[in-house]
Ligand binder design. Structure first.
Ligand SMILES: [Zn+2]
Length: 305
């Protein structure tokens, strides 16, 4: 990578020659650091990928590779796989390393993005414009590539969106996608959802055309988990998005957090247990109205009776 381009910053706004000289010195220093960080990331990605290939060529299991990389290099296996796909991406565009930055490499190098049909054509299109690909451009490339995906006419729009939402999970395969189109729209959506929820692989979903039966306990666990996730998301969004404003004092923030904690507690009261009357198996059960699960409070009431 070359040094990041100097753009024409107009130093005339700073009426202090000494300060300008110091700033110019810092600009060079920081640009050099940015370059070093980027070069380091690229080199690391290639080395990690080389090691993974060595493991494969020597028929040592992927599991051993994951252990090795975390024990010996302190890199998590998921990070390691991103390194591998990033290195593959760079190899597809030889001589263009300098056109990416760390963030766009990570975005375009993820497995999900690598599997998006048409992604390389869109990347090439940006590169042909001699344009640096930053995070924003990477996002645009992905959204343009999604639009170029060819769908068999029978695949309904909702199923298309679900597949695009996590294309890596579907191991995008034109054949399987065509077969998906042979099911009714509603079934297509159910099948895609079951793949996204890790209930089965896309291949299994297409082969059976059915969503696997979940036990009442599993259904209950899944739903409780989603309630927990929602509660955590509430606080996370609050912490992440509330601005640091002079008008927002600590007391206001803390009292808003208290209200969110109350909301979390209220939501958590809706967490379920399998209906003790029908064990979650009777569609016409009056105690749970056929849902198969009840809230913890209702559960203890039913137990008492
Ligand atoms: Zn019941």
């Amino acid at each position: 990578m070359n040094l990041p381009a100097k753009s024409d910053y107009d130093y005339s706004a700073i009426d202090n020659p000494q300060l300008v000289a110091v700033l110019q010195g810092y600009a060079d220093k920081i640009r050099t650091s940015v370059k070093k960080t980027f070069d380091g990331a690229v080199e690391m990605s290639r080395s990690v990928r080389d090691v993974r290939n060595l493991f494969r060529e020597s028929s040592v299991s992927d599991q051993e590779f994951r252990r090795w990389i975390s024990f010996c290099c302190g890199i998590s296996p998921s990070q390691a796989y991103i390194c591998c796909t990033t290195a593959d991406l760079l190899d597809e565009f030889p001589g263009y390393d300098e056109y990416f930055n760390i963030s766009s490499l990570r975005t375009l190098g993820s497995l999900t993005t690598r599997r998006l049909p048409g992604i390389n054509e869109e990347i090439q299109r940006s590169l042909d414009r001699k344009q640096k690909i930053d995070h924003k451009e990477a996002k645009e490339i992905i959204s343009r590539a999604k639009k170029t995906v060819k769908w068999p006419p029978a695949v309904c729009n909702e199923a298309q969106q679900l597949v695009l939402s996590d294309i890596g999970r579907f191991d995008y395969d034109q054949d399987l996608i065509s077969q998906l189109g042979e099911y009714d729209d509603e079934v297509q959506v159910d099948l895609c959802r079951s793949v996204l929820r890790d209930m089965q692989t896309f291949e299994q979903a297409i082969a059976t055309g059915e969503v696997p039966f979940t036990t009442p306990e599993e259904a209950c666990r899944t739903e409780n988990q989603r309630i927990e996730d929602a509660c955590r998301a509430l606080m996370r969004i609050f912490n992440k998005t509330v601005p640091q404003s002079v008008l927002l004092d600590n007391q206001t923030i803390e009292s808003a957090r208290g209200a969110i904690r109350n909301a979390q507690e209220t939501l958590k009261m809706a967490k379920g247990k399998v209906c003790p009357r029908c064990d979650g198996l009777d569609d016409s059960c009056k105690a749970c109205e056929g849902i198969g699960r009840v809230t913890a409070m209702r559960h203890s009431q039913l137990k008492l009776r």
